[in-house]
Design a protein around this ligand. Structure first.
Ligand code: NDP
Ligand code: F7E
Length: 361
């Protein structure tokens, strides 16, 4: 990619999109175009067509999507499949019609079977049934992979698909109902510590930055304590605090720092073309590539790690009313590592960085 090449980052305000924007800037790319969701609704085919016709980007990072944690995926099933299919159909098809040189599509490791052999290799795609809680989202992502692959085969486009593991970092989603596990636990444990220390400034600052439905900063402390209890941050009569963790705590998850993720995306955009992704010329499939650390941790151990970093001295309670989801989804990153890319930020360092960033919000 020439440093002055015109690059479109879709979803530039999100966790991944904002990290890609910063990474491109750091690497000296000077001609980036972006649009907010309000300025350009990627579900709207006409709007997307007009954008591509007028902007004519040469490269596209497709980091815009309807994204959320296990409960959001399981609740808003229709939105997760419709929004994501529409966004990717519009951006991928308009990229083809407008001769985009290269597009990078972001999928997710939830595309692999619920009981996939571990660690999960790219060729395990479509070999068994999916995890129910995020099946609509996963089907949309699989359709995105297949659309990139099929356009490349039929039209000679150069659209590559990457499958990231769970991600975290600045500009993450901290809505406690809709977010992923790491930001959710970081925030709940942070609030638990503040509640135990009766640090009302910290609590009010948090509620102002990330409003929680039904809680107003002007509420009485008794009312705030009651509402925090309802969302799983419970203060008992002796002043101790218990933070509720969804599920059993047994599932294993892998977490990649978002800035590492962005570096991998730019690395692949710079170094890998579609024809590098396969050898068999008769049946071309599984041309996507996993991005991860290859290291996982149980939810329970993750909570303990966050507890030590935040300095929370309360307790945890596991809430099995909430779903566990897939028990393990460790990525096999040997393909990516063989290309010379490896993550730099380990989980403990990443959580420190995430918490430091969170405290500046
Ligand atoms: N976070 C994770 O753990 C993982 C994420 N991924 C994938 O990475 C990509 C980015 O995810 P992430 O950064 O976490 O998600 P975020 O929710 O942080 O960012 C998504 C971005 O897309 C924008 N967006 C959503 N819908 C539309 C729309 N209709 N039109 C225009 N913009 C829209 C959002 O804008 P707004 O907020 O204003 O609506 C937001 O800026 C996604 O494809 C996701 O599937 C894959 C694996 C793990
Ligand atoms: C990236 C990935 O993310 C999603 O899959 P997921 O990893 O299952 O989602 P998650 O991060 O929300 O949960 C991971 C685990 O964590 C446990 N858990 C405990 N306590 C909380 C909690 O407070 N919040 C949340 N969200 N989870 C919690 C929870 O019970 C589960 O066992 C899909 O979007 C999928 O499509 C996808 O792409």
């Amino acid at each position: 990619m020439r440093k002055e090449a015109k690059i479109y980052v879709a979803g530039h305000r999100g966790l991944v999109g904002s990290a890609i924007l910063a990474d491109l800037d750091r690497k000296g790319y000077t001609n980036i175009t972006v649009r907010t969701h309000k300025e350009l609704d990627l579900i709207n085919t006409n709007e997307v067509s007009n954008f591509f016709k007028s902007e004519k980007p040469e490269y596209v990072f497709l980091a815009a999507a309807k994204v959320g944690g296990i409960v959001a995926n399981n609740t808003y099933r229709g939105e997760f499949i419709y929004d994501n299919l529409m966004i990717q159909n519009n951006v991928i098809h308009q990229s083809y019609l407008n001769n985009v040189k290269k597009l990078l599509f972001l999928g997710s490791t939830c595309i692999y079977p619920k009981n996939c052999p571990q660690p999960m290799k790219e060729e395990y795609l479509l070999t068994d049934t999916l995890e129910y809680t995020n099946e609509p989202y996963a089907i949309a992502k699989i359709a995105g992979i297949k659309m990139c692959e099929s356009y490349n085969i039929q039209y000679g486009t150069n659209f590559i698909a990457v499958m990231p593991t769970n991600l975290y970092g600045p500009n993450d989603n901290f809505d406690l109902e809709k977010s992923h596990v790491l930001p959710a636990l970081l925030r709940k444990i942070h609030l638990g510590k503040a509640l135990m220390e009766e640090d009302w400034n910290a609590i009010l600052k948090d509620l102002m930055r990330y409003p929680i439905k039904g809680i107003l900063p002007s509420d009485t402390t008794e009312s705030i304590i009651k509402k925090l209890d309802e969302i799983g941050i419970t203060r008992t009569f002796d002043g101790k605090v218990t933070v509720h963790i969804w599920g059993t705590g047994a599932p294993m998850r892998e977490f990649l720092w978002s800035e590492d993720m962005a570096d991998a995306c730019v690395f692949l955009m710079e170094n890998r073309d579609f024809e590098d992704m396969y050898s068999n010329t008769t049946e071309i499939r599984n041309t996507h590539i996993n991005i991860g650390t290859g290291v996982d941790i149980s939810i329970s151990d993750l909570a303990d790690l966050i507890k030590s970093i935040v300095g929370f001295e309360g307790a945890f309670k596991f809430n099995s009313d909430k779903p566990d989801g897939t028990q393990k989804k460790l990525t096999d990153v040997s393909k990516l590592n063989a290309l010379g890319w490896k993550h730099k930020i380990g989980l403990e360092q990443g959580i420190y960085k995430q918490y430091k960033w969170y405290l500046t919000q």
